[in-house]
Design a protein around this ligand. Sequence first.
Ligand code: TA6
Length: 259
Amino acid sequence: STTFGQLPALLLTSPDGAQANVTLYGAHLISWRGADGRERLFCSAKSALDGSKAIRGGVPVIFPQFAERGSGMRHGFARVSNWRVLDQGLDEGWAFAVFALAPSDLAPQHAQAWPHAFELRLRIAIRANELTMAFEVRNTGATPFPFAAALHTYFLVDDVGSVRILGVEREELAISDKFDRVYQGVEPRLALVDGGVVLTLRQDGFADAVVWNPGLEDAAALADMADEEYRRFVCIEPARLEGLALQPGEAWVGEYQVS
Ligand code: TA6
């Protein structure tokens, strides 16, 4: 274990040299380097790293609400709660860790505002130039609850103006200014092309995807982002924006793979 800013974190290293760093605050993956040594995730130099605010970058876990689509807190409480490490180790060359969150881990105001019996598990595994994340939501109570979920991934890019995203629209998607769009019922396989680098993004269980970049003006209004930083990332997020309520005893799993 290690720290990131003032936050306790877990460092994963696979035998072939891939590395990841995850803060317990949010079970937030804030750095991922494949065996090729290249950082793939953006994190703002101005991000709060003391637990006072969600981290600006990496992979925020969005649950149980997406953005302002609901009456609860923006993007939910998972990214601002302290998760537990359930398990960690090596498995056939993969370095992995499993994080968990249940109502007893929540700040009282969050538990009161969303009074459902649940358990979340996030499994993160790395090997070679591959990352996999599996997000499980379990209803441990006696009444159904609806929820939304997303892995709000901030990919580090050379320049947002030159990336291409494949699979969300009929044509390849280029981003020239502020961009914020939800795609419902996407292909399970997307690609992010950044110069000579092509990342393949696979999602399973997550029916939707969101693509976001704030552009110059909105980025300037974000206190936790430096003015030119918006050029250095694009968010492509596997998401479950709507769905049937989760029944007592049942679990939903969303999987995400980047290579
Ligand atoms: O996923 C896109 C989005 O909902 C955008 O509308 C944008 O504001 C972003 O998330 C970041 O939200 P945050 O609460 O982290 O500032």
